[in-house]
Design a protein around this ligand. Structure first.
Ligand code: ATP
Length: 351
């Protein structure tokens, strides 16, 4: 079953648990060599999608094709995919080398080739020096690298990763993230990666699939999803922390003026609104202190968090609504300041 493929196609892939639909008609074509991240909050159906791909969970609808072969009826071992999950479940009584070589032994790979491929995998994850140690003697990040090596040593057509970095501390997570990216660039293995962390998804993947309640909200490159979120839900997930409910004053094809909470904003009319209620999505980092950027409002600073170069500020609009922004200016609780944001950085969606 292993070997290269041109495309992996999920067509209407669905999974119900009783009356609950965990995954609703997922349509997605993944090109060979691509790195795709499934992104969404807890319970959105990402692990269900991954388990359906792995063959750990039967579909209740739809099908999965690897080029022209239908594979959703095959058991996991016949799909031959590599898997890296949250709890890496290494064999505690086997050395690092033997953990990595285990799958090759099971496949009765010859001794010389087994040694060659195991060495290569050890080198790729930079664990050659630790090959003789046991999992209990390794750090979390090292264990995670063993789990990755164990998956890639089999040269699987597809690698599935389910929140592989979630058990690591912040520093290690950043290191491993880069490691995974580097491995993908080196080996070009097709990868499907599940995470709830938008930053992780943006930095790793060629394409993101944003899920909510089992349905796809948006599929796109990191740039597309970050700069052009399809709806207010994706915007909220992509760091548009300000989601202000406002009323539409006037709207055209492209632009819209909205008003409420004592402010009036001009923005991009993402849903062609002409009247009624709207949600204006703005990133904290798109505000500037002062009125240079266009749309402006006088706000009262409430909470200031120190973030090294910048402050993260929580303030109140004239109408009392909270607003979040970032600045390198020294501000304190109780200060009254004018902040502004350019119209092109205000995305206005239907509520
Ligand atoms: P998390 O990040 O918390 O793992 P997720 O996005 O991976 O979340 P899934 O594990 O795919 O979410 O679950 C999607 C939905 O399906 C949830 O509402 C969950 O409660 C439900 N679900 C998952 N597995 C089962 C099961 N075996 N039986 C019943 N419901 C299930």
């Amino acid at each position: 079953m292993t070997g290269d493929f041109t495309q992996l196609r999920l067509a209407g892939v669905s999974r119900r648990f009783g009356t609950h639909t965990a995954l609703d008609e997922l349509n997605l074509t993944i090109a060979g060599g691509e790195f795709v991240a499934l992104l969404g909050p807890s319970g959105c159906g990402k692990s269900t999608a991954l388990n359906c791909l792995a063959g750990l969970l039967p579909l209740t609808g739809g099908g999965i094709w690897l080029d022209d072969r239908r594979i959703d009826g095959l058991p996991p071992e016949q799909r031959g995919f590599g898997m890296v999950f949250q709890n890496y479940a290494l064999f505690p009584h086997l050395s690092v080398r033997d953990n990595i070589a285990f799958g090759l032994r099971m496949r009765r790979v010859g001794r010389a080739e087994l040694a060659r491929r195991t060495d290569e995998a050890l080198r790729l994850v930079q664990l050659t020096d630790q090959a003789g140690k046991y999992p209990g003697q390794l750090s979390g990040g090292q264990q995670q690298r063993v789990a990755i090596a164990r998956a890639i040593v089999l040269e699987p057509p597809l690698v599935l990763m389910d929140e592989p970095l979630s058990n690591l501390d912040a520093k290690l997570r950043l290191e491993m993230r880069m490691e995974i990216r580097r491995l993908h660039q080196t080996l070009g293995l097709t990868t499907v990666y599940v995470t709830h962390d938008q930053e992780e998804a943006l930095s790793l993947a060629d394409r993101l699939v944003v899920l909510r309640d089992g349905t796809v909200q948006q599929v796109g490159t990191p740039e597309e999803v970050y700069a052009q979120p399809a709806n207010r839900y994706v915007a909220g997930f992509m760091g548009y922390r300000n989601l202000l409910r406002l009323g539409v004053v006037e709207g055209t094809e492209t632009g819209v003026v909205v008003e409420g909470h004592g402010v009036r904003l001009t923005g991009t009319n993402r849903d062609g609104l002409r009247e009624g209620q709207a949600v204006a999505a703005i990133r904290p980092e798109d505000f500037v202190v002062g009125d240079a950027a266009g749309n402006s409002a006088e706000v009262v600073v409430e909470i200031v968090e120190y973030h090294g170069r910048e402050l993260s500020v929580s303030a109140r609009l004239p109408g009392g609504e909270p607003v979040y922004f970032r600045t390198d200016k020294r501000l304190s609780s109780g200060d009254s300041v004018r902040i502004s944001v350019p119209a092109e950085r205000v995305l206005v969606f239907a509520p």
